[in-house]
Structures are given as C-alpha cells and as structure tokens.
Design a protein around this ligand. Structure first.
Ligand SMILES: *Cc1c(COP(=O)(O)O)cnc(C)c1O
Length: 369
C-alpha cells in the first residue's frame, strides 16, 4: 500500500540538498577521482573534527568498522567480548567473525546495555566490551569506561546510530579505543549506498585501519603489512557524506523538534512509553523515535493499516535465530521490549502536518479501545 507518512523519504531528502549533491557528483566524476582521493580525506577530517577525535578512517560499512576495530585491538580466538542482547546483529557478528566469543548482556529501560549486569558477565577471558548507543541515545559511558578500566578491557563503541550525541559535551565515538560508524542510507548521516568509518585518537589504530582497508598495503611504499580486506569508503560516497555532514547540526535540531511534538501530544497515554529519559548531561539526537506499546503488534499493524510506515526492530531478538548459535542466558528486558517496540517516522523530510497525522493515528488507536 502507499503510505501517507513514510518512515524515511530519501528522494525528498535529495531534493532538499539537490544543488550541493549534484555539484559534489560532478566534481568527483568529471575529475575521475574514484578511489581514496581528496573528497575522502576531507570527509575524514571533518568527521574527526565533528566527533572530537584525532583521526577518522573511512570504511565501507558499520560492520567493517566493528570488525576492523576488534582486529586492531588484537581480539581473536579464546577471547570473550561483551555485547548487548538488544542491538543490530552486526555488533555480535563482528565478534564471531574474528573468532572470539560474544557474551550477551541484557539492556536497561533505555534500550542500552544495563551497566549493573556487566561485571557478572566478565570472566578471565573477557578482553573487550562493545557498548551500543541505540537510536541516538548513548550508553552510560562514564560507567562503562570505569568498569573497563578496572577490568583492563578494550572499549569499542558501536555508535552507528548516534552520530552527534554526547554526554556532558563529549561526543559518541570519542570515548573508546574506536567509535564505529555506519552511513547506511537511513542512518542519521546516510549515504547513497553503504558506508562506514572508525574514529580514534590512537595513531596505530588509524594506521592499521588505513592499511587493512586496502588489502594491508601501505599505498606509498607498496609494502603489505598483513592479510587485509577490501573495505574502503568510496570517494564518491565521501563527497556526498561531506555535504550532508554540513547539514547535520541543523537536522539534529529538527529531529529534536519532532520528538518534542510527539512528546507533547502522546505522553498522557498510559500504555505507551516514550523515549524521553531526561538525564542531565545526556543528549538525545533521535536517530529513531522508538516507543513501547503494551499492545505490541496490534499497535504497529494499526499504524501501518492507517498509512503510517513504522519499524518494529526487533520483534525476534537476534540470539533467538538458531543458525547464529548464541547462548541465551535469559534477557527479560530484551524479551519484553522486543514485543513492544515500534519506531515512529522520524526524519528531516517530515513536515509538521505529517507528524500531526502520525499523532492522530496513534491517539485514535487508543481512543478506539
Ligand atoms: C547500522 C548498524 C550497524 C551496521 O552498519 P552497516 O553499515 O549496515 O554495516 C551496526 N550496529 C548498529 C547498532 C547499527 O545500527
């Protein structure tokens, strides 16, 4: 069916910045600058500046950013890595694919790793922890860093959903050994295809990633420094992303306005939990506006049937997918929220009338009951 309000609208987003995107495209293709050229370097510089790290290294996906980070930290067979039970599966697959064992930890009411449960999951084999900043809201990084320091663990931030977010002014992706970024089209900074990056203050990690993304080769000397990968961020995508990065601060302001509009109109509904946590110093950039409805599928299906496109990530937790062979240690919060999650349309393409229509449909669902 044709949705009246779309979850995202990439064609409309393009029309909003068409002149700049078109200029970037012609600049790249008319000069034949396809691989590892000035657009990539400029985007890396601007991304590092935005996040507040010394380096950014462009890769071809968020998954590769996680995978590269674990490799850079020397994590492999025999090691355990702590990951949240509620996240996109790539967080966990990166751990499995370097040969290490993921140890899952339940999340808290804010959808991020429950810091009270981390220490009981640490063993003598634990080497790292991957906090995920879900939906634009950061995990409790002061606590994660404190636990990591006391147990001598590497911290890799899965910041794929939280570019621009911060705690006490310190941005996501600047706390751990690396911050991992995805520029998948529907992320807060999305390209026109896959893309990713790491940010880091560690020169050795940055150098490692620069070589390994290019089959281990040092591009100046031709020397191979290890068996690497092909996972470079395209120069063309970098040019597009650099345009969009300039708009990001204003787009975050717009996302916060939409979130406030939802909050004002929906916070009286007792069966609906809204994603507002009001923790001093914590900044929410609303990559997603994920509510919890006691009515679960009934709620999300009603919205869809009435022309509102919503996402229900994830009804089936990733550790319940049999082929992944993961250990379910019992994650009651993840189980509960999986039944209830529903992400409402949240993007800068929305106009106020569309937001009001979503509000109207949500309210009518609860009025009809
Ligand atoms: C999108 C995402 C990833 C993976 O990013 P890709 O670019 O699709 O590989 C990893 N973790 C989280 C939390 C994500 O949202």
């Amino acid at each position: 069916m044709a949705y009246r309000v779309r979850f995202v609208n990439p064609a409309k987003n393009y029309r909003m910045i068409k002149d700049e995107i078109d200029a970037a495209y012609f600049d790249v293709v008319s000069n034949g600058e396809l691989i590892d050229r000035r657009h990539l370097r400029r985007f890396e510089e601007n991304l590092a500046k935005f996040v507040g790290t010394k380096y950014a290294v462009g890769l071809n996906s968020g998954y590769d950013a996680l995978h590269m980070s674990l490799r850079a930290a020397g994590i492999g067979p025999g090691d355990e890595v702590i990951v949240p039970a509620h996240t996109f599966v790539a967080t966990c697959s990166a751990v499995v694919n370097v040969g290490a064992k993921p140890v899952l930890v339940d999340v808290a009411k804010d959808f991020n790793i429950n810091c009270d449960l981390i220490e009981e999951a640490i063993s003598s084999r634990t080497r790292a922890i991957i906090p995920v900043h879900l939906s634009g809201w950061m995990a409790d990084m002061p606590r994660v860093m404190d636990i990591a320091q006391r147990h001598n663990l590497v911290v890799v931030e899965d910041a794929c959903q939280s570019l621009g977010s911060s705690i006490n002014g310190k941005r996501a992706g600047s706390w751990g050994l690396t911050g991992c970024w995805s520029f998948y089209p529907f992320k807060i900074l999305g390209g026109y295809g896959d893309g990713g990056a790491i940010t880091t203050d560690d020169p050795d990690v940055a150098l490692f990633a620069r070589r390994m993304r290019y089959n281990g080769e040092d591009r100046e000397t031709g020397e191979y420094h290890g068996h690497g990968f092909t996972c470079l961020l395209d120069n063309l995508q970098a040019a597009f992303l650099d345009v969009k990065l300039r708009h990001l601060p204003a787009w975050i302001v717009r996302r916060k306005q939409i979130a406030e509009r939802y909050r004002e109109a929906l916070s009286d509904l007792p069966d609906l939990l809204l994603p507002h946590y009001d923790r001093p110093g914590f900044d929410h950039v609303y990559q997603n506006y994920t509510v919890r409805s006691k009515q679960g599928n009934e709620f999300s299906e009603y919205l869809k049937a009435n022309g509102v496109e919503v996402l229900t990530q994830f009804r089936k937790p990733y550790y319940r997918h049999e082929a992944l062979r993961l250990v379910d240690r019992g994650f009651p919060e993840t189980e509960a929220l999986s039944r209830e999650v529903c992400s409402l349309p949240m993007n800068v393409e929305l106009d106020d009338e569309e937001v009001d229509y979503v509000i109207e449909v949500v309210r009518s669902f609860y009025l009809e009951r």
